[in-house]
Write a protein that binds this ligand. Sequence first.
Ligand SMILES: Cc1ncc(COP(=O)(O)O)c(C=O)c1O
Length: 390
Amino acid sequence: MSKKTKWGFSTKSIHTGNVPDKEHGSVSPPIHLTSTFKQDAVGKNRGHDYSRVSNPTRSRLEENLSAIEGASFAVCYSTGMAATTALFQLFNQGDHILVSRNTYGGTYRMAMNVLSRHGISFDWIDTRDPENIKEKIKTNTKLVHVESPTNPLLELCDIKATAEICKDKNILLSVDNTFMSPYGQRPLDLGADITMQSSTKSLSGHSDVLGGVLATNDESIYDKLQFMLKATGGVPSPFDNWLTLRSTKTLALRYQKASDNASDLANFLSEHPLIKRTIYPGLNSHPQHKIAIKQQMNPKGEVVFGSMLSIDVGEIELRDKFLDKIEIFQLAESLGSVESLVCVPFFMTHAALPDEIKLEMGITETLIRLSVGIEDIEDLKLDLSNALNK
Ligand SMILES: Cc1ncc(COP(=O)(O)O)c(C=O)c1O
């Protein structure tokens, strides 16, 4: 076993892909802002020839992300959606994909409005019960794609049990792990074939960059993804790669603090008389609390419940007053950042879903999603409490 694979999560996130540059020894790696590379002779380059195909800053980030995912390979994209699109494009006309029913709204929009036109079919199913997944598998099903926890209802999927079903049926399992980040959950260790992250969220963590990544231990999948990226071109810029590489160094500190803050706030909100429903995997009231304990853990093996929680205030007037009065939480799309954010999924992140589907699942007009940041917990609590004060 090499020294690198024995390193702990933070040591890997700080050092892997971050070796000082050969020329000047800069401790912070250089950003290779170049589209092309001088070749020494025809067919003789120094490792890179054109930045759509590969770029040294992207290679550093891919090395870093594969190390913290516990994966052999990682491929980086310009956004999370570009990563999910590439994942689904592994499949062909006539193939069928099963997806968690309240996955991120953009995944639904892309699948139903773009790839469906190309002959790939999708079913959006409840992935809380592995037996339900088993029942929904068809003869042409090639992939089960789950989010756990889902966005914004925080429904969980038992990843290990689902991986066993998929292996048995010879179907691939991919997990959108954006809500947990590799610090809070490592799906490949639980048997998944591919993990997807929107690195726009916790991996970068400062609301200043877009990105996506797919990670796998399967070399043939990696080769296909690399080929498709070269062919289709949805690559991230060197500067964005550098920002994400800089940010993963603090992922463990940021994610742990945000998750601790969210746990504290979930307990506080679940007892608040104006809130009809508080959804958080760390609460005993969460129907799948035990699954969270089983699969959501930091690299030291301690349970982490994540930085996301949702509340339903039941009345539109109360929702609007809350949003008007809240100060520290910013009304904005996105999540996983150092600053706390708040959104109304019905009209924002999940606008692409038909209203009847949202309502059937429990995404109401008064459901508010909180992405908890790393501010001082006393200030966050006071902010929420003031905003809920009639
Ligand atoms: C769970 C999840 N997956 C994927 C995405 C898409 O990522 P991006 O916005 O980087 O394209 C998002 C965006 O909010 C998300 O929340």
